[in-house]
Design a protein around this ligand. Structure first.
Ligand code: SF4
Ligand code: F3S
Ligand code: FES
Length: 254
């Protein structure tokens, strides 16, 4: 097994401020960035705060920015960097820091709560749902989400504009709205909930200008923009310019 000493810069601090700290640390074959962070905790910085759980790319906890790019620390192999490179690890920039590499991702839980749940169709019991396989496949892609919030962190709409946060759900939760809106058994419309309208008016779909940065960082390879956001935009526009919807709204206003 070969090993070498890597140069790391790790952000240390809390809500009051902080700075990058330099470390030199051993790296062995096959290791990932999270291994190195754990070695730092074991040998040089026992109080370094980091959130992680599965070390298998499935819990979505170890999100951070590595050389400025939002990534999972447990799925970022050290072999993608050269031995001479200095590797910088910083907390997710779009969310408030708690300490060191740990951020408060509560924004995402608030946004999750704002998306009304699937409405079961009347008269059809659990186990009796029937759907076309292509509809199942469509939702299943979105269901691979591990809630790492890397897409939420990278989207410039909130990353660079804190003031947009109240009005914008972010790619992860617009994808959830899209999933429910495409679901053939969702009975939201029957109960008066128009998901296309809420996507625009309550979840800020119009803020997304299809930069696709969210898709680029998704560790599950979900095509967030092409398969969720663009179709949702198309459906919302269709609804807006549908002559029957237009006529209905005029009649209702009388
Ligand atoms: Fe993470 Fe992808 Fe889910 Fe976004 S959609 S939270 S990047 S797994
Ligand atoms: Fe943001 Fe993704 Fe749209 S990065 S702008 S939500 S395509
Ligand atoms: Fe679970 Fe990295 S530790 S995704």
């Amino acid at each position: 097994m070969s090993s070498y000493e890597a140069r790391f810069k790790v952000w240390r601090g809390d809500v009051g401020g902080g700075d990058l700290q330099d470390f030199r640390v051993e790296v062995n074959d096959g290791e990932v960035v999270l291994d190195i962070i754990h070695r730092l905790q074991a040998t040089q910085a026992p109080d370094l705060a980091v959130r992680w759980n599965c070390k298998a790319g499935k819990c979505g906890s170890c999100s951070a920015e590595i050389n400025g790019r939002p990534r999972l620390m447990c799925m970022t192999r050290m072999s993608v960097f050269t031995r001479e490179e200095t590797i910088t690890v910083t907390p997710l920039r779009a969310f408030p820091v708690v300490r060191d590499l740990v951020t408060d991702v509560g924004f995402n839980y608030e946004k999750a709560r704002q998306v009304p749940a699937f409405v079961p169709p009347e008269g059809v019991g659990p186990g009796e749902y029937r759907m076309m396989q292509e509809d199942v496949d469509r939702s299943q892609e979105f269901r691979k989400c591990i809630e790492c919030f890397l897409c939420q962190d990278t989207c410039h709409v909130v990353r660079d504009h804190e003031e947009n946060k109240p009005a914008f759900a972010g790619p992860r939760f617009l994808m959830r709205v899209a999933e429910l809106d495409m679901h053939p058994l969702d009975a939201a419309a029957e109960s008066g909930l128009d998901r296309k309208r809420t996507a625009q008016d309550e979840h800020g779909l119009g803020y997304c200008n299809i930069t696709k940065c969210c898709t680029e960082v998704c560790p599950e390879g979900i095509k967030i923009t092409d398969n969720a956001l663009i179709p949702l935009k198309e459906r919302a526009v269709d609804r807006k310019y549908d002559p029957l919807v237009w006529l209905g709204s005029k009649i209702r206003r009388r």
